[in-house]
Design a protein around this ligand. Structure first.
Ligand SMILES: NC(=O)c1ccc[n+]([C@@H]2O[C@H](COP(=O)([O-])OP(=O)(O)OC[C@H]3O[C@@H](n4cnc5c(N)ncnc54)[C@H](OP(=O)(O)O)[C@@H]3O)[C@@H](O)[C@H]2O)c1
Length: 251
């Protein structure tokens, strides 16, 4: 069996204060990765760090800030270099669905493309030299399924992210860097609970749409992300992998 090869590897995880990002941070820490965690709110980030330390992991570096602010990608890359020494893993997890029940105005479209596409692209570009230098770089972008039923800024931005990821994966493959996307279906997170606030609303949706009959747990998405970050996935690149209990319909 191939060793996961994550011990001591520097990893940046965005959106690590909640949901899938927190579960990814905890999973990578269990594998011995050294982490830099990013989100806007300090409290939830510190809570993720405390949970990792309580479980016996190395204390992560916490960096609070809005990824969509000008210069954020450069600041994060510089902090990762100085605090972690090198970066072998980037998990571009932070992202946002359209707000429940309303058409977006122009500013909403811009915000969605910023967070769901440009932020991820910029951070990967900033860290590209470090990922290539590691000779085992991993980029995992959290995206979403592409089966639109209504016009959605987030889905359009995710489509852009998936297309760019494919092209980027081809550019960096020779340097041992893989670039993949993970598309969650319905994972029970802070964000999903804004759309499905009660157990009943989640159960009804799952019964109607999810073949597995339930929403997934953040740890179930994190397990896939960690695998893609590991040495075991060295020959897997340019892909989008769904973790969705069978929600996606097309073969
Ligand atoms: N859960 C699902 O079923 C599902 C389905 C499809 C796609 N996804 C995608 O999977 C990823 C994770 O989703 P999730 O459901 O786990 O999300 P979540 O529970 O809402 O957590 C999002 C994380 O991102 C951070 N964040 C949001 N905006 C940010 C910004 N501008 N700058 C820095 N940090 C920011 C949040 O912290 P702060 O608020 O403190 O910044 C939080 O830590 C997202 O990209 C999402 O679009 C999830």
């Amino acid at each position: 069996m191939i060793d996961p090869g994550l011990t001591g590897v520097g990893a940046v995880v965005t959106g690590a204060g909640a949901g899938i990002g927190r579960a990814v941070a905890e999973d990578l820490a269990r594998q011995g990765a050294r982490l830099l965690l990013v989100a806007r709110r300090t409290g939830p980030l510190e809570e993720t760090a405390e949970r990792i330390v309580a479980a016996g992991g190395l204390r992560p570096v916490v960096l609070a800030g809005d990824l969509a602010e000008p210069g954020a990608a450069r600041r994060i890359a510089n902090a990762a270099r100085s605090e972690l020494g090198g970066v072998g893993v980037l998990v571009n997890n932070a992202g946002q669905a359209d707000p429940p029940g309303g058409a977006l105005d122009e500013a909403g479209w811009q915000r969605s493309f910023e967070l769901n596409f440009h932020v991820k692209r910029r951070l990967a570009q900033e860290l590209r030299p470090d990922l290539e230098a590691s000779r085992r770089g991993r980029v995992v972008n959290l995206v979403g399924l592409l089966e639109p039923t209504v016009v959605s800024a987030a889905q359009a931005a995710i489509a852009a992210c998936r297309l760019w990821s494919k092209a980027f994966s081809r550019e960096v493959a020779a340097a041992g860097v893989t670039v993949n996307c993970v598309a969650p279906g319905r994972i029970d997170s802070e964000q999903v609970r804004r759309h499905f606030p009660t157990p009943d609303s989640r159960a009804r949706y799952a019964a109607a749409h999810v073949p597995a009959g339930r929403f997934g747990a953040p740890a179930e998405a994190a397990a896939l992300v960690t695998f893609l970050c590991s040495a075991r996935a060295a020959y897997l690149t340019g892909q989008t992998v769904a973790v969705d209990g069978g929600l996606q319909r097309h073969a």
